[in-house]
Every structure is written in C-alpha cells, then in structure tokens.
Design a protein around this ligand. Sequence first.
Ligand code: ZN
Ligand code: ZN
Ligand code: ZN
Length: 369
Amino acid sequence: MTSARARRLARVQERMEELGIDVLLLSLGADLPWLTGYEAMPLERLTMLVVPRGGAATLVVPRLEAPRVEEDPDVFRLRAWSEGDDPVEIVAALAGLGGAVEEVAVSDRTWATFVLALQATMPAGYWRPSSQVTGPLRAVKDEEEVEALTAASAAADRVAGQLLAGDIPLIGRSEREVSQDIGRRLVAEGHQKVNFAIVGSGPNSASPHHEPGGRRIEAGEPVVCDFGGTMEGYCSDITRTVWTAEPTVEQRNLYMVLQEAQAEGVAAAVVGATCEEVDGAARRVISDAGYGEAFIHRTGHGIGLEEHEDPYIVEGNRVALTPGHAFSVEPGIYLAGRFGARIEDIVVAAAAGPMVLNHVSHDLTVVEV
Ligand code: ZN
Ligand code: ZN
Ligand code: ZN
C-alpha cells in the first residue's frame, strides 16, 4: 500500500514532468513536511530535500538534526552532512550537475544565502519558486488532511464558543490580556501552537490585522477576535465579532450586511465555481449596501499546513474549486477610525456542496462582561 506521502511525491514528480522542471529543492516552509513529515529548522545550516524529476529523493540534513528525521524509504533517503562538509556541493551533486539540469524549483522560503550559493554552483537556466509545483497540489486536501483541519477547527470553535458565552472577560481588560487568554485556551483545547490572536476593540476593530495592545476594552463597543493555531500540523482560523453592549442601529445594520455577505460567499463556494466568483459573491452584498470601499481585503485564503496558502479567494484568481480545496470565507467591513466587524469560517469544497468546518453562531452577540 502506498502512503499518502508517497502518493504526493508521485504527483509532484508528474507535475515536474508537465512543467519541465529537472529538480526540486525543498528547504524551509511547508512543502518539506508535506512530503516528508519533517520540518526544517530555520538554521544557518542547510537542510534540503533534493527531488530529481525521475529519480529518488534525498534529504540532506545537518548531522546534528538527523536524529529527529524519520527516514521513509518510500519517499526519501537520508544524507546527513558533517561540520566541514559543503552541503551546497552535496545538493548540487545529488541534483545532477553538468548541463543536464536546466530548470530548478526551490522552496519559496529558502534563505537567499543558500539560493545564491546554489546558483553559483548549479548554473541552471531557469529558477522558480517551488510553490509553482506544489501550490496547486497542496491546495487540494486528501481525506486525512480534511480530518486534521476539521479537528483544528473544532478546537478553535470551542474557544469561540467560550467568547460568545461570556466566559472570556472583555470589559476592563486590555486587548493584549484578552489575546493571551485566547491563546492559552487554544492550547488548552488541543493546539500545539498559537499562530495569532487578534483582538481589536472600539476604533481598533476597523483595522483588520490590528496588533492587540494596551487599550482597555470598554462597554458598548465591538470587539473583533480573529485567532488560530496549529494542531497536529494543520491550522485553524476563525473570526467572531462581539459587542460589549447593545450596538447602535448603524452597527446592527452593518453587521446584518456582513452576515449576509459571509453566507453568500459560502453558498457560492461550490465545486466548479472560480475563486474570484466566491470573492465576488461576498463582495456584491457589501457593495450593494454601500460599504464596498470599506471591504479592504480579499474574501479569503487557503489553509492547511500553513495558515495562508493557495487557493486565494480574490478577484483575478480564476482557479476553479475542486473537492478538497480548503479556504477561509472572511468578509469584513471597516469604517476607519470608528469601528468594524468581520466573520470568518473555514470551508472545504465538496461534491455535496460547501462543507463549513466552523459551527459557532454568527448571530449578533452581546457580551456584557
Ligand atoms: Zn488575516
Ligand atoms: Zn483569521
Ligand atoms: Zn483567515
């Protein structure tokens, strides 16, 4: 029986064939763990998986990291290098020097130090980012990956449920304190790592990626909470906006528009629809309500081993959704200097229709604690 990783490698090599890439070099980033289960440390010592188009893959790692690598003979062999060895030479030799290698794909996040050294040693004709090979493959999740994303979303949901239930005190606390509280809860619910916990209160709710700071949350304002972490390698990401007192009529109306936009975005996320159509469906509701200028970001992003990856739900992306595409639908409306709101869920495209992984209510929720 072939493992999921061996199947991934076969698809990678097929795509290299299609694109005419001779060798794929994977270092930092999520492509490497996706194929090998091993994540490279961001060190000054080189770790690199060498995948020739037709041949066997080899993982070149510093000797001191080797004990952490689990060799998988179906996918790759291990080649540890010692202090004093030149890992760039080793990679170049494995890649096949001597004019045969014309096109190289290298991890998007490889240190420039190594890319430049490799380019000096392997004068290939054309270098491109590995995401051109792996992006569209990684974007389509297999069953195991969908299960992992579902479990991570469920854990994030439990924290969002605590927020809506008033179990996370807001009024009188600083955004930073609430952010740290949310982070602790993400870990308590099963995440190994907190990736972010945005808490934007009052006027800060109008800044989509607000850095939670010392501002104390007051009664009678919106609080945008956008948080996620990594659980068994896969990411969660959810946003809920709550109010610390009954909102004004204007805030209520804006939130109703947002609820409808988010629902329309999800409904549009059917197999065969393009990413830009999903973006358009959410955006249309907001534009029709006169808030078009206030929706200042794309509708969503893919999610998997990384919190942001392909496919991006944005105008101009004509990639059609296929079963297994996993992404966020997260429209927001931001009135600069005044207030804003966002609702975000993770969705997986499926033959039976969009599968929403988050189940916490979108109803306007007043949390008076
Ligand atoms: Zn974001
Ligand atoms: Zn988010
Ligand atoms: Zn997101």
